[in-house]
Design a protein around this ligand. Structure first.
Ligand code: NAD
Length: 489
C-alpha cells in the first residue's frame, strides 16, 4: 500500500532510491512545505539510464499484448488511488480539489485508451518477386521532461506512448511538482519489470544532464519555448530525436453572431482554467465590436462569481499561481500594463497575504503591440481585444511566433470553419477549447513545437520506421531456371 503523504523516493531499476540531498516542495496556496523530494545526483541519473538501457531488449521483445496490459495497469493503479493522488496533487500544484479530479481521472482514462492503440504496418509493395513493408520499432531509452502545470497528465502522455511502443523510460517531473509522479513510480514498482519505468527528481541540472546523456535516445519535452530551444541544442550533440511541446499565445476569435450570455462561461474557462496556467488557454480574446461591451460585462460577471483560494478548501474553483517565479512574472506584466495606462475590467491587484494568488484580471482593449498582448502570461491575466473586420482579426491572431492552438466562437459552423482554416496553429477548436484526447493529434506550429503528441501520429514519435524488403526466395527461382537451361542445351 503506497502512502501518498510521505517518504518520497525516486524509482530506479524497480527500487526506491532516496536523494543524497533534497529539494523543498511548497504548497503555492500557503507557501508551507508539503514534502522534501530527492535531488537526483549525476550518478543516480546514470544508474536510471543504465537500468532503462538494460531493460530495453527484453521490454522491446515483450509481446504487445503484455505491454498493453502494463499500460492499462498504470490507468488501473491511478484509478485505485484517485483520492490520495488528487489530494497530493492539489497540495503541490495548487489546483482546487474539485478541478483535480479531471486530471487524475483523465490520466487513468488516458492510459486505458492508449493501451488499445495500434501501430500501423504499411505494405509498400507486394508482387510475385518482392514484398516490402514498413513497421515501427522502438527507439530505446526515452527521457521525458515535464512542466508544473499538468504534472501528472503530461507525464502520462509520455509514459504510455513510450512504454506501449516498446521503449523504456526515465521521466523527470518539474522541481516544483515532483511528488505525484514520484508516487506513481512507487505504485508501479510491483507491476513493471525493473528498469522499464524510472522516475527521477531534482533541480536545475537534471534536465540538461538528460538532454546531453549519451545513452538516452529520445527526449519528449513539454515546457516553455525558451527551454525547448536549449533542449534541442543539447540533444543535437548526440542526434537524439526530440518531440517539443512548447509555449503558446492562443487567440480566441469571437464572431458577432454568438449568444453572449451562453458563450461567456465557456470562454471564461477557456482563458482562466487552472488560473490561466494552460499552454492552450485563450490568451488573447478578439471580440467583434458589436458585442464587445456586452461580452466584457458578461465575462466580468463570471469572474466575480468564481471563487479563488486554497485548493484544499471546499468550493474554490481557481487556485494560486504554481510558484513564486511565475507569480513574480505575472505581477511584472500587470505592473507594466498599469504603467502604460491600460485599463482593467476586473482584477489588477495581486492578493494580500500568503500564497501566490492573483485575481482574475481582464485588460480592456490594450494596444496590439503591448506586452499584455504579445507575451504569454501563463496566469489569470488576459486581454480582451476589439475588432471590426474579420480579416484584420485573423491577421492579428496569426501575427505571432507561436502557433500552438486557437479557437473560434460562432453559431454559424460554416463561417467558424472558414476562420479555423485560416489560423496558423496546430489545433483549432470551435465553440470550446482544451479538448485533448488520446486520439486527437496535437502539434505546435512555428515556435510552439516540433513533432506531434497523441493519436497514432503521436505514438509514431516514439518509434523509427523500419522497412523490410524481401526478394522472394531465389532458390525456387533457380530451380525453375535449371531445367530451362538444360532444354536450351
Ligand atoms: P520550463 O521550460 O521552465 O520547464 C519545463 C521542464 O523542463 C521542467 O521539468 C524543468 O525542470 C525542465 N528544464 C528546465 N531547464 C531545462 C534545460 N535547460 N534542459 C532540460 N530541461 C530543463 O516550463 P514550465 O515553466 O515548467 O512550464 C510552463 C511552460 O510550458 C509554458 O510556456 C507553457 O505554455 C508550456 N507548456 C506547453 C505545453 C504544450 O503541450 N505545448 C503544455 C504545458 C505547458
Amino acid at each position: 500500500m503506497v502512502d501518498f503523504t510521505r517518504d518520497f523516493t525516486m524509482t530506479i531499476d524497480g527500487a526506491g532510491v532516496p536523494g543524497d540531498a533534497t529539494i523543498d516542495v511548497l504548497n503555492p496556496a500557503t507557501e508551507g512545505l508539503v514534502a522534501k523530494a530527492p535531488d537526483c545526483t549525476r550518478t543516480q541519473l546514470d544508474d536510471a539510464v543504465a537500468a532503462a538501457r538494460a531493460a530495453f531488449p527484453k521490454w522491446r521483445a515483450t509481446p504487445l499484448a503484455e505491454r498493453r496490459a502494463a499500460v492499462a495497469k498504470i490507468g488501473e493503479v491511478i484509478g485505485a488511488n484517485m483520492g490520495a493522488m488528487s489530494r497530493l496533487f492539489t497540495l503541490e500544484q495548487g489546483r482546487p480539489l474539485a478541478m483535480t479530479g479531471p486530471e487524475v481521472g483523465g490520466a487513468a482514462f488516458w492510459a486505458q485508451t492508449v493501451a488499445q492503440q495500434e501501430l500501423p504496418v504499411t505494405v509498400n509493395e507486394e508482387t510475385p518477386e518482392r514484398r516490402s513493408e514498413t513497421r515501427h520499432v522502438p527507439l530505446g531509452v526515452v527521457g521525458a521532461i515535464v512542466p508544473w502545470n499538468f504534472p501528472l497528465m503530461i507525464g502520462i502522455w509520455k509514459i504510455c506512448g513510450a512504454l506501449l511502443t516498446g521503449n523504456t523510460l526515465v521521466i523527470k517531473p518539474s522541481p516544483f511538482t515532483p511528488l505525484t509522479m514520484l508516487k506513481l513510480g512507487e505504485a508501479m514498482r510491483e507491476h513493471l519489470p525493473p528498469g522499464v519505468f524510472n522516475v527521477v527528481s531534482g533541480g536545475d541540472d537534471l534536465g540538461p544532464w538528460m538532454t546531453a546523456h549519451p545513452d538516452i535516445d529520445k527526449i519528449s519535452f513539454t515546457g516553455s519555448t525558451a527551454t525547448g530551444k536549449r533542449v534541442m541544442e543539447s540533444a543535437a550533440s548526440t542526434l537524439k530525436r526530440v518531440t517539443l511541446e512548447l509555449g503558446g499565445n492562443d487567440a480566441a476569435i469571437v464572431l458577432p453572431d454568438v449568444d453572449v450570455e451562453t458563450v461567456a462561461e465557456p470562454l471564461f474557462w477557456a482563458a482562466f482554467a487552472n488560473s490561466g496556467q494552460v499552454c492552450t488557454a485563450a490568451k488573447r480574446i478578439y471580440v467583434h465590436a458589436d458585442i464587445y461591451d456586452e461580452l466584457a460585462r458578461a465575462l466580468v460577471a463570471v469572474a466575480q462569481r468564481v471563487p479563488m483560494g486554497d485548493g484544499m478548501a471546499e468550493g474554490n474553483m481557481l487556485g494560486p499561481i504554481q510558484n513564486r517565479q511565475q507569480f513574480d512574472r505575472v505581477k511584472t506584466l500587470i505592473a507594466d500594463a498599469r504603467a502604460n495606462g491600460e485599463r482593467f475590467l476586473t482584477g489588477g491587484e495581486p492578493a494580500e497575504g500568503d500564497g501566490y494568488f492573483i485575481p482574475v484580471t481582464i485588460v480592456d482593449n490594450p494596444p496590439e503591440d503591448s506586452r499584455t498582448v504579445q507575451e504569454e502570461a501563463f496566469g489569470p491575466f488576459v486581454p480582451l481585444l476589439k475588432y471590426a473586420d474579420l480579416d484584420e482579426a485573423i491577421a492579428r491572431a496569426n501575427a505571432s511566433d507561436y502557433g500552438l492552438a486557437g479557437s473560434v466562437w460562432s453559431n454559424d459552423m460554416e463561417a467558424a470553419v472558414a476562420v479555423a482554416e485560416r489560423l496558423e496553429t496546430g489545433t483549432v477548436w470551435i465553440n470550446e477549447t482544451l479538448y485533448v484526447m488520446p486520439w486527437t493529434p496535437f502539434a505546435g506550429h512555428k515556435q510552439s513545437g516540433i513533432g506531434v503528441e497523441h493519436g497514432i501520429d503521436g505514438l509514431l514519435e516514439f518509434t523509427a520506421p523500419q522497412t523490410i524488403t524481401a526478394r522472394k526466395p531465389i532458390i525456387a527461382e533457380n530451380a525453375e531456371a535449371a531445367p530451362a537451361a538444360e532444354t536450351a542445351e
